[in-house]
Design a protein around this ligand. Structure first.
Ligand SMILES: [Zn+2]
Length: 151
């Protein structure tokens, strides 16, 4: 018996599922999809057995880079990624938080060298229950909820 495909059909593209409820718009910003000409479906506050409520994004004809995938984890560590090719699921994987991330996060410390000179930020990432980032320049630690992103 053939297993039924659980995602609504897009021919080729990417499904980002189990996004933390309310975070889909941030993911769209991160992936620069605001002005996409491709077919895109966004679901917000859908019910999920696994995580209660969730958001979901389906984008046609878009393959994500490793950098993009890793940075989704910063916004939504529980997100999962499914690659669709010719209506079939070809790859399904959980998104993993990277250990380090550069350029996407702005250091909240106004005296940090990254805010004074033109230096690309570098952050170490630690995740226990909450995600915490540590600036490699000024060595201050911040909860991920308190940093601004630079997408
Ligand atoms: Zn800093």
């Amino acid at each position: 018996m053939k297993k039924k495909l659980k995602v609504d059909p897009i021919k080729n593209g990417t499904v980002i599922d189990h996004i933390t409820a309310g975070k889909a718009m941030q993911v769209i910003e991160l992936l620069n999809l605001n002005h996409t000409k491709s077919l895109m479906m966004i679901g917000i506050n859908l019910s999920s057995k696994k995580i209660g409520k969730k958001d979901i994004i389906k984008i046609e004809n878009r393959v994500l880079t490793d950098d993009e995938v890793n940075s989704i984890a910063l916004i939504s560590p529980e997100a999962t990624l499914t690659i669709i090719d010719n209506f079939e699921v070809v790859k399904k994987r959980k998104i993993h938080l990277p250990e380090k991330i550069s350029k996407y996060i702005i250091c909240p410390n106004p005296n940090c060298v990254t805010n004074i000179e033109n230096v690309t930020t570098k952050f170490l990432i630690k995740a226990n229950k909450a995600v915490e980032v540590k600036c490699e320049y000024c060595e201050k630690k911040y909860s991920i909820e308190h940093v601004k992103f630079n997408f």
